[in-house]
Design a protein around this ligand. Structure first.
Ligand code: HEM
Length: 425
């Protein structure tokens, strides 16, 4: 591999990074602009090594290499046999046996097990399935705005941003409306990071709540799956219970954990992208005027820019299966590497003026949906449709909508989350 820019820079020119500790919760509580300033300084260095956070009953491991440049994150994504998702992509400490599979399904697996699962579940995400969904997504967005007009000024997250991904994923699966709020609450708990609003203040409570949330979601799906086996409909659950790819089908356990992955990945990320979208358009009225002046002309690039700029998924972890030299930097078999998408997406080596929010940015090779590899977001097309349709509907019927106060942010190093965002129109 060619030596990276960081490796060839003169050491004397490297910025000071002694104040940056990515494993410290306090780092993630800093304002986003400070976070990005810290990542910019880290990108000038070869990958640095950080300790692991204490996680109660889960033993602390040796630490991890933080990959922060676009080149490093992309390269690691292109080498999935070296940068493995097993034993866990969603947690830096190694989780107890069964935990990673339960909560993360295929996101924590490598081929061939990953490929097998992905082949089966992909049938819910074909262009044909998505085209069929388009009208439903539009109908749901229209209803959400109907309610918004009745409600008046409110919390944008609860009333708008959370509603669309929730109803879309629940309808895809065939979850009755009476259970939608329960799905939202439990998927938020699973991805609550370090936030005491969801997880309480001590580790035992947090672990109990996390396990309960997962158990509630998989019990819901087990009931539904049993019903669909007897009476299949056109929904995704029916497709999954009857799926047969090369003579293989999903076990109940695989079905339950895929459902947890889908509800969590489908809700938490898209909700945050929509919330950040409104916040960014409020902070940048010129960008908003431009988008609103010709919505369809700008929609494609605007949505990519929201995902790049907000980076709702901050990182994913990989574990090295063998020694590897990453853009000039030697890593050893067994090492952990964390791919900071949020940092790669602000890399000035790839993006002009990376801290500018520019809805006309093109090209925009951001890694917000993951890098170029087998785990690239399964729901990326769906997420893009949802974000586009939501803002189309807002622009059409409440074009003056704006955030009226700063967002309340989720305490998490994993999700760039917004808990609430007051809005008016
Ligand atoms: C994977 C981000 C929306 C389902 C991923 C990954 C990222 C990501 C970064 C890569 C994981 C890795 O490399 O290990 C996002 C963002 C979204 C979004 C930013 C919204 C703006 C969705 C939606 C769904 C979804 C709407 C489903 C309805 C998945 C699944 C995977 C995944 C199933 C695992 C794929 C695999 O392991 O093969 N997503 N996602 N995502 N995403 Fe998304």
């Amino acid at each position: 591999a060619p030596a990276g820019a960081a490796a060839s820079a003169a050491p004397a020119a490297l910025p000071d990074v002694s104040d940056i500790d990515l494993s410290d919760d306090a780092f993630w509580a800093r304002p986003l602009s400070e976070r990005h300033d810290a990542f910019a300084r880290l990108r000038a260095h070869p990958p640095r090594f950080f300790a692991e956070r204490e996680m109660g009953p889960i033993p602390t491991g040796p630490g991890y290499h933080a990959l922060v440049t676009h080149a490093d994150v992309a390269e690691a994504s292109r080498e999935p046999r070296v940068f493995a998702s097993e034993p866990s992509a969603i947690s830096i400490p190694d989780l107890p046996e069964g935990f990673a599979e339960y909560f993360g399904s295929m996101i924590n697996l490598d081929d061939p097990r990953h490929a097998r699962l992905r082949r089966i579940v992909s049938r819910g995400f074909t262009p044909r399935m998505l085209a069929k969904l388009e009208d439903d997504v539009t109908r749901h967005a229209a209803r959400i705005v109907d309610r918004l007009l009745e409600t008046g000024p409110c919390d944008f997250v609860a009333e708008v941003a959370a509603r669309l991904p929730l109803v879309v994923i629940c309808e895809m699966m065939g979850i009755p409306e009476s259970h939608h709020d329960m799905v939202l609450e439990n998927s938020s708990t699973v991805l609550a990071g370090q936030d005491p609003d969801y997880l309480g203040t001590d580790v035992d409570t947090a672990v109990t709540r996390l396990l309960q949330a997962g158990a509630d979601l998989s019990a819901l799906l087990a009931d539904l799956a049993a019903h669909r086996r007897e009476h299949p409909t056109g929904d995704l659950t029916s497709a999954l219970v009857t799926a047969n790819v090369d003579g293989e089908s999903l076990s109940d356990q695989e079905l339950g954990s895929f459902f947890i992955l889908l509800t969590v990945a489908g809700n938490e990320t898209t909700r945050n992208a929509i919330s950040h979208g409104l916040h960014l358009l409020t902070l940048h009225p010129g960008q908003r005027r431009l988008w609103w002046s010709d919505f369809e002309e700008h929609a494609g690039r605007a949505v990519e820019e929201i995902v790049r700029y907000a980076s709702p998924v901050v990182w994913m972890r990989r574990t090295l299966t063998r020694d590897f030299v990453l853009n000039g930097h030697p890593l050893r078999a067994g090492d952990k590497a964390v791919l900071y998408y949020a940092s790669a997406n602000r890399d000035a080596a790839v993006f002009d003026d990376p801290d500018a929010f520019d809805i006309t940015r093109h090209p925009n090779p951001h890694l917000g949906f993951g890098g170029p590899g087998p785990h690239f977001c399964l729901g990326a097309h769906l997420a893009r449709r949802e974000i586009t349709v939501m803002f189309r509907e807002l622009r059409r019927r409440v074009p003056g909508i704006a955030a009226t106060a700063e967002p309340q942010r989720l305490a998490s190093n994993f999700v760039n989350g917004i808990k609430s965002l007051p809005c008016a129109f």
